[in-house]
Design a binder for this molecule. Structure first.
Ligand code: PEP
Ligand code: MN
Length: 347
């Protein structure tokens, strides 16, 4: 349910609606807009008589939200969401990376935090080229228990030092609630991986985090299941969710996953949340990454999460799908050329 307030409604009117919603045992989510405030309501709405809210002062109308995902839907929140990520060093100057339409944000870096040198070199190199968000996993979800599992808490410290030295923002994965405090502290954006898209206790934990969440699509998730996962994060009060398409499982075996770029238009139609594309996990092969990156930009994505490594052939994980520095530089040039006619700015 969405309560739309009249443009002349006073803050006291809004407050009265919030209190009435809470009194019904439901959760209000105020969404101030340019001209009027709307209040999303979540909880067991069916038990509610809408007339009790309709008659309150300042209430213009009540709109029933038909989709199962509410806060993530365009029905409830018509305008596009822009997720703002304050940058570490520039924090005092109020500079931030804003993810959303009109821009195309690049998040790049190695699959894993391997050591200080790889992370630091990559962070510096990216910052020199205007890429202000570094991806790298300290906790790695690996198919084999014998594969490199990431450096864990030591990896987070390496990321914290790179952040401190270069001013780059950190995007890193949280795999379990045990490490939530540490990852929340180290990260500027908390990544939830494909295998955890429906780990509901983890989603509830990050719904209370003070940092944006990058929510990867489960490898067999429908669009509705994915948006319901976003709903978990938003229902707990964290509205800063960035979706990330990373490929799904199909019969097709020419690539690691099938990158579902066709999900972008329906995401944009049904939801106001920004969507990034991960062409690295989406294809599994570095040769395919540039074409899929350009296609993602053309298809309306808001940016990329892409694996880049100074020496991919010796990477400890996902080297085959990682670009080297010259490869990424070339991609960056092509993206800039394509972004211009599309009216987007590379971020
Ligand atoms: C990753 O980004 O390194 C990763 C493990 O991704 P996914 O969860 O999409 O497999
Ligand atoms: Mn990876």
């Amino acid at each position: 349910m969405l309560v739309v307030m009249d443009k002349h409604a006073t803050p006291a009117d809004v407050e009265q609606v919030l209190a009435a919603v809470r009194h019904m045992g439901l959760t209000p989510h105020p969404m101030p807009g340019a001209t009027r405030t709307a209040i999303g309501i979540t909880g067991n709405i069916s038990a509610v008589d809408p007339r009790t809210l309709e008659v309150l002062p300042g209430v213009l109308e009540l709109i029933r939200v038909t989709k199962p995902f509410k806060l993530a839907s365009r029905e409830m929140h018509e305008a596009d969401t822009f997720v703002r990520i304050p940058l570490p060093q520039e924090w005092k100057r109020g500079e931030e990376v804003t993810i959303g339409p009109g821009t195309f944000t690049l998040i790049a870096g190695p699959c894993s935090v391997e050591n200080e040198d790889v992370v630091h070199r990559t962070a510096e190199w990216l910052m020199d080229r205007g890429v202000r968000l570094l991806r790298a996993g300290a906790f790695k979800p690996r198919t084999s228990p014998y594969a490199f599992q990431g450096l864990g808490l030591d990896g987070l410290e390496i990321l914290a030092r790179a952040r401190e030295r270069t001013g780059i923002g950190i995007v890193t994965e949280l795999m379990d609630t045990d490490n939530a405090d540490a990852v929340e502290e180290a990260a500027d954006v908390i990544q939830i991986g494909t295998r955890n898209m429906q780990n509901f206790s983890l989603l509830r934990r990050v719904s209370r985090a003070g940092k944006p969440v990058l929510l990867k699509r489960g490898m067999s998730a429908t669009l509705e299941e994915w948006l319901m996962a976003a709903e978990y994060v938003m229902a707990g009060g964290n509205y800063n969710v960035i979706l990330c398409e990373r490929g799904v499982r199909t019969f097709s075996d020419h690539s690691r996953n099938t990158l579902d770029l066709s999900v972008i238009p329906p995401v944009k139609r049904l939801s106001h949340l920004p969507i990034l594309v991960d062409p690295s996990h989406g294809t599994g092969k570095r040769d395919y990454v540039p074409a899929m990156s350009l296609a993602a930009l053309a298809a309306g994505a808001d940016g990329l999460l892409v694996e880049v490594h100074p020496d991919p052939d010796h990477a400890l994980s996902d080297g085959a799908q990682s670009l080297n520095f010259p490869g990424f530089e070339k991609l960056l040039e092509s993206l800039k050329r394509l972004a211009e006619p599309l009216g987007k700015r590379i971020n």
